[in-house]
Design a protein around this ligand. Structure first.
Ligand SMILES: C[S@@+](CC[C@H](N)C(=O)[O-])C[C@H]1O[C@@H](n2cnc3c(N)ncnc32)[C@H](O)[C@@H]1O
Length: 479
């Protein structure tokens, strides 16, 4: 439906119509306009200074009435006057009570309301019109199979695969949950005349993913017009966003920034986000990015671990670890690796328990202490006399995983470019491969240093039987 609406024009409006929409709906612009930056048209529209702007001396550059904010709370309010939206939200249950679920359903409803083939569904509102200004972002979920192949060996590849699977599951469950609603059955899902397909779900997901910002006091939401600001990190960020005392959305020039007429007013989408996450959520990498910044690598429990099935059954930690930049080095964090690193002989145990409804449940124990939240395992191990030993095991496991990821990247080298591969996916994949490869090499060296320093620990040396050997050697020398 959305693709059709773009092609036929009923779901598309040129960005030069935005000032009229904004004025009509109470959005104020102060010294700014929205449009493409000459020379940077590939970045879509952005916020541009209409005159010289001085940090610390300007009122808000944008004020967006709180009623226009697409947040979970507002969608609940919209649903009070839109029975069709209410029906769908109720039908999808808990999913409709999450921000993501509510926003995706809301966006789908806006496209439905705009569709000329659909009559008497939903309520007209300024937001039906607003989605017509939103471009279709080329996020990796829209890359072709060949383009996704360029990502093999990067952390983006499994992330895109997992995302497509979860989108498909969501789409199927929204469909199953709403098929019994007459108008949904007719306009959305009918085998011949139904207008919605999986691509629509991917498109509303992309709109939300690439435009949602976390506003203090509101949470994740889409704020019309503020979401036209492009991203720049660090000192280059020109403006901040927040809400005023009444809940309206504001775009504020940073006190330290002066922007000349025709300069760009950028915000930050999050300076800590890694290169992978930037491409995943926004479909671009800033030109100034010189490192992958952060990476999430998955981690498996070895097949020969006798406790593997029980560990998988009890874990509530994400199965992997994150490496990230800290000062000039890499650091890591993981709740999962501790479960991989310890075993029965260390004090990890499992028991089967019968629940009151007759089900059997696995319970985990660490040295007879109940372990009902495996993300707390690290804290328990930290109090153990063998903490350095467990740390060393964790570091060895992670270093091995870093090594295998690096190997996968290097085995493929520079992928071949097929004629069908578009420029943006090609450039992004190439840059990501280089940035992640550099970061993995750095992490490998840092893990080596951590290993070396843990080998200095008396506890580790005693555990490995090295202290006694040294003591014996010394005895021999003295005699
Ligand atoms: C919140 S929207 C910003 C407005 C958007 N440019 C538009 O035309 O509607 C985020 C999208 O803008 C683009 N974008 C933002 N900052 C960018 C940058 N620094 N370089 C390239 N593209 C950028 C990306 O396509 C991203 O997915």
């Amino acid at each position: 439906m959305i693709r059709m609406g773009r092609a036929e024009g009923w779901l598309r409006r040129p960005i030069n119509a935005l000032p009229t929409w904004a004025k009509f709906n109470g959005v104020t612009f102060n010294g700014i306009r929205v449009g493409p930056m000459p020379g940077l048209e590939h970045q879509g529209s952005t916020v541009i200074a209409k005159r010289d702007l001085s940090g610390g001396k300007e009122d808000a550059l944008m004020v967006v009435p709180k009623e226009l904010i697409v947040s979970r709370q507002n969608i609940e309010l919209f649903a009070k006057s839109d029975q069709h939206l209410r029906e769908v939200l109720d039908a999808v249950g808990d999913f409709g009570r999450t921000t993501r679920g509510a926003v995706l359903i809301f966006l789908l409803m806006q496209a439905t309301i705009c569709c000329p083939d659909i009559k008497d569904v939903g309520v007209l509102s300024p937001l039906n019109e607003y989605i017509k200004f939103l471009p279709d972002e080329l996020l990796p979920t829209f890359w072709t199979e060949e383009e996704q192949e360029l990502l093999v060996g990067t952390t983006l590849r499994p992330a895109v695969r997992a995302k497509l699977n979860s989108l498909l599951r969501e789409y199927e469950s929204v469909r199953a949950a709403t098929e019994h609603i007459d108008w949904c059955a007719k306009y959305w899902w009918d085998d011949e005349r139904g207008l919605i397909n999986f691509e629509d779900w991917m498109r509303v997901d992309a709109m939300y993913r690439s435009r949602a910002l976390e506003f203090p006091g509101v949470g994740d939401c889409m704020v019309p017009c503020v979401d036209m600001a492009n991203h720049a990190s660090g000192d280059a960020t020109a403006a901040l966003y927040e809400t005023d005392g009444s809940g309206n959305g504001l775009l504020l020039l940073r006190d330290t920034k002066d922007i000349k007429k025709d300069g760009e007013i950028t915000i930050t989408y999050g300076d800590d986000k890694g290169a992978c996450e930037n491409i995943f959520s926004y479909g671009f990498l800033e030109d100034t990015i010189m490192s992958a910044r952060a990476m999430f690598l998955d981690l498996d429990i070895p097949d020969d671990d006798p406790l593997r099935p029980a560990k998988i059954a009890v874990t509530n930690a994400a199965p992997g670890f994150r490496i990230f930049e800290k000062h000039d080095r890499t650091a890591w964090e993981s709740d999962f690796v501790w479960l991989v690193a310890i075993n029965e002989e260390d004090g990890l145990g499992f028991k089967l328990r019968q629940t009151i409804d007759g089900e059997r449940e696995i319970e985990a124990f660490w040295k007879d202490q109940e372990l009902n939240d495996t993300s707390k395992l690290r804290d328990l191990l930290q109090q153990d006399p063998l903490w350095d030993v467990y740390r060393l095991r964790a570091v060895v496991i992670l270093q091995g995983r870093v090594e295998s990821q690096l190997q996968a990247l290097q085995d493929i080298g520079v992928p071949k470019r097929d004629l069908s591969i578009r420029e943006t996916p090609w450039q992004l994949a190439r840059r990501l491969r280089t940035l992640e490869s550099e970061m993995l090499k750095k992490a490998r060296t840092d893990f080596e240093d951590q290993k070396a320093s843990l080998f200095e620990s008396d506890i580790v040396r005693r555990y490995l039987g090295l202290l006694e050997e040294e003591a014996n050697d010394e005895d021999v020398d003295f005699s």
